[in-house]
Design a protein around this ligand. Structure first.
Ligand SMILES: [Zn+2]
Length: 350
């Protein structure tokens, strides 16, 4: 694992390994100052395995019937997420009791009913127009021909409950006068399983201008361990972090090193990687609009897209730790002094 990370880090600078470029990268790394370490620790500690577990046992239960896009189960799931935000006092970006971005049936190419993305919003204190998105999809595969429910606890119940816990942590910070400088949009997407349609809809009908959308931190499956890591559970795959913004990559690395020490595994981030995960979840629609992304992913496992993807198989301690990493990364981007820069505009790199 470590060898791979070193190689990967080397590859990043190795492609243009003039001393000058290396110096630029070092200057970029040195420019990252952690924004309020004490608060990161304090508020990330409100993210707990117990609460993640409570939410996920509900969200991945029979009641939601596999959350198939446009069907009753997905509608119930959307209502469940909305009720959570209302009870927590976390507002909608629309400023009222409407938390839904409705996607009309006509938008879908097949015969699919109207469906909705669910949005919650924490308004920034000093740069409210700059938006940090944290996303996860709420839909899953529904019910099989044999009548088995696809519970989708990992896919993507794990990402869904991670967003709920992160929103609670940011909201607590805001209530205590330490709200983020920039705004955070918690984006629960529908229609991922039929071709990333919810994120496609959001990025073509954005609620906030894409030119002021700094990043999409997308989560799709972070509660399990794959076969490759059965003897080293302290890992997560990161995909895309260095593609549009090296600053994003180094922020992510630094936050992890200072607070969590998870093995960040980049093997699926290599160009021409055969699984093409970079293109396979909702972040890709943001990357296509030149918005930097990180895709957080635990890899596939035997229960992937099976009715056996159930909440009892989730490692909740690990889900907590991975969620804290994403929270802290979002915190940094939302609170650091300067706006996250894409490479094309980065003074250190040009
Ligand atoms: Zn998924």
């Amino acid at each position: 694992m470590k060898t791979f990370c070193l190689l990967s880090a080397f590859a990043l600078v190795g492609t243009c390994a003039t001393p000058k470029y290396t110096t630029k990268i070092q200057n970029l790394k040195d420019s990252i100052e952690i924004a309020d370490s004490a608060s990161i620790v304090n508020y990330s500690n409100t993210i707990t395995a117990e609460e993640l577990s409570t939410h996920l046992y509900k969200f991945a239960s029979k009641e939601f019937k596999g959350r198939e896009v446009g069907e009753e189960g997905a509608k119930k799931a959307a209502d469940f997420i909305k009720s959570y935000y209302q009870n927590e006092g976390i507002p909608s970006p629309f400023g009222d009791a409407n938390y839904f971005q409705i996607i009309p049936a006509e938008y879908f190419s097949k015969e699919i009913n109207v469906s909705e993305n669910v949005l919650a919003f924490i308004k920034g204190t000093t740069k409210p127009e700059e938006i940090v998105i944290i996303s996860a999809h709420l839909d899953h595969l529904g019910i099989s021909k044999n009548g088995d429910i696809y519970y989708g606890a990992d896919d993507d119940g794990s990402g869904t409950v991670a967003l709920m816990e992160m929103a609670q942590a940011f909201n607590k910070a805001k209530e205590e006068g330490r709200g983020p400088k920039r705004s955070i949009l918690f984006l629960h997407l529908t229609g991922e399983e039929i071709g990333k349609r919810g994120s496609e809809y959001y990025t073509s009908h954005p609620v906030f201008p894409l030119k002021n959308t700094l990043v999409d931190l997308n989560i799709d499956m972070i509660g399990r361990i794959d076969e490759i890591h059965k003897n080293n559970k302290n890992y997560i795959y990161l995909i895309g972090s260095d593609r549009l913004s090296k600053e994003l990559h180094f922020i992510s690395e630094k936050i992890n090193k200072v607070f969590y020490n998870i093995d960040l595994d980049y093997r699926y981030n290599t160009e021409r990687e055969k699984n093409r995960y970079y293109t396979r979840s909702d972040h890709y629609n943001f990357a296509n609009k030149d918005i930097p992304v990180i895709f957080y992913f635990n890899g596939e496992h035997v229960d992937y897209h099976q009715p056996t993807d159930t909440p009892d198989k989730i490692n909740y301690q690990l889900l907590e730790k991975r969620t804290k990493l994403i929270f802290a990364t979002a915190w940094q981007i939302a609170n650091q002094n300067h706006r996250l820069v894409i490479d094309k505009k980065n003074e250190y790199l040009n």
